[in-house]
Write a protein that binds this ligand. Structure first.
Ligand SMILES: NC(=O)C1=CN([C@@H]2O[C@H](COP(=O)(O)OP(=O)(O)OC[C@H]3O[C@@H](n4cnc5c(N)ncnc54)[C@H](O)[C@@H]3O)[C@@H](O)[C@H]2O)C=CC1
Ligand SMILES: N[C@@H](CC=O)C(=O)O
Length: 353
């Protein structure tokens, strides 16, 4: 049975949820997936950092109510988050990057990924910054170091859109897509339909763990813009950068806009889309759209996301599922580790044959 040693970079909602899963699900994973996970290091800007080559107890990590710098009290701990040393020197097979998404330049997460890949460690991440802004470079770096760079959770949280499209729709020729790609803004629009004001709806999304550290990224569309770039580059073979995608969020929609839409049997949704043009170029955009109630995306509510992939051979194929949430996103990290494990097992089998 395989044990993967992992380092957690960032210990907020998502990585804490992964630790929670590790605390309870390792025996199940051992039986069903053929591996278990062992946390050998954690680094967090607020809590500090800790390395324990034999492994930290996941339950203790989750249940201890650490104060600022609290990892300094642990054996092998420091009150400072020394990400670089943790990533480069802790005896991990896999670095799990779940610090905040920086929509401007992706840092410091891009550097975290570079350090890990250059040290011969796999990277799994839910952070959209490195994937949208430096995805090509990081994939090449992973290849050069014979390791994996996996990022299923960067779009639609635990709902498997990237891997599903690449593996099971291979050959179907994706020509474009449109989707609801931000759980927070979709949740906020729904709560405004219920009569709640914008600020209170955003506060609810924050309390539920859906929102970005700065929820401006959610409501102004910057988060969806990163996801449009990721999907367009993955599924349409584009080479878009965030600044190539036009972007308008939901913050200017008022209660009267929402009521006016309801009167004509429609509702507002924040739509991210991309299309391959006749000349082969790809255009991406993010904007609120008023959809008739019969539209495939109009009934997608709360933090649920959905994307309709427009394919040449099948027409539209729509995938829907959780788009945000701590456990849901931690599942995406697990699915990335399963992908690494399966690829490695296949390699070992090939070498042994
Ligand atoms: N929460 C969700 O539903 C989803 C989140 N994501 C992405 O996953 C990542 C993590 O999300 P959450 O855990 O919800 O965020 P969070 O804000 O709860 O946690 C982020 C953690 O990273 C730490 N951090 C920030 N900068 C750091 C640095 N330079 N070094 C070390 N630690 C640092 C913070 O102290 C915080 O504990 C983000 O990039 C987010 O965009 C992706 C899909 C869904
Ligand atoms: N803040 C994001 C989290 C997932 O990417 C969202 O609300 O969709």
């Amino acid at each position: 049975m395989k044990i993967y040693n992992i380092s957690l970079i960032g210990f907020g909602g998502v990585n804490r949820a992964l630790a929670e899963l590790i605390a309870t699900k390792n025996p199940l994973w051992e039986r069903d997936l053929g591996f278990r996970l062992n946390i050998v290091a954690v680094s967090d800007l607020h809590l500090g950092s800790v390395i324990s080559p034999n492994g930290l107890d996941a339950k203790t990590l989750v249940e201890a109510n650490f104060a600022k710098g609290g990892f300094g009290e642990l054996s092998g701990g420091s009150a400072e988050a020394d990400n670089e040393a943790i990533i480069k020197t802790a005896p991990a097979d896999i670095v799990v990057e779940a610090t905040f998404t920086n929509p401007k330049d992706g840092e410091p997460a891009v550097s975290h990924c570079r350090w890990a890949l250059n040290s011969g460690k796999h990277v799994v991440t839910t952070n959209k910054g490195p994937v949208a802004i430096a995805g090509r470079e990081l994939k090449a770096l992973a290849k050069a170091n014979s390791v994996h760079f996996e990022y299923e959770g960067s779009v639609m949280s635990g709902t498997p859109v990237i891997r599903m499209a690449e593996k099971t729709l291979a050959g179907a020729e994706v020509k474009g897509f449109e989707g609801i790609l931000n759980g927070t803004s979709n949740f906020v629009l729904g709560r405004m339909e219920d009569g709640l004001d914008f600020a209170r709806a955003v506060a609810e999304a924050q309390a539920l763990g859906y929102a970005e550290a700065d929820p401006t990224a959610d409501v102004e569309g910057f988060d969806v813009r990163l996801k449009v770039v990721i999907l367009a580059n993955e599924l349409l073979g584009a080479n878009l950068k965030p600044e190539d995608v036009s972007c308008r969020g939901i913050s200017k929609l008022s209660h009267s806009d929402i009521q006016a839409a309801a009167k004509v049997e429609s509702r507002w949704k924040l739509i991210g889309s991309a299309v391959r043009n006749a000349d082969g170029t790809i255009t991406g955009s993010v904007a609120p759209k008023q959809l008739a109630l019969g539209h495939t995306l109009a009934g997608v509510n709360g933090a649920t996301n959905a994307v309709s992939l427009n394919t040449e051979l099948l027409g539209p194929v729509t995938v829907s599922g959780p788009g945000a949430g701590r456990i849901e996103t931690a599942y995406a990290l697990l699915s990335d580790i399963v992908a690494i494990h399966n690829a490695q097992s296949a390699n070992f089998a090939k070498e042994a044959a």
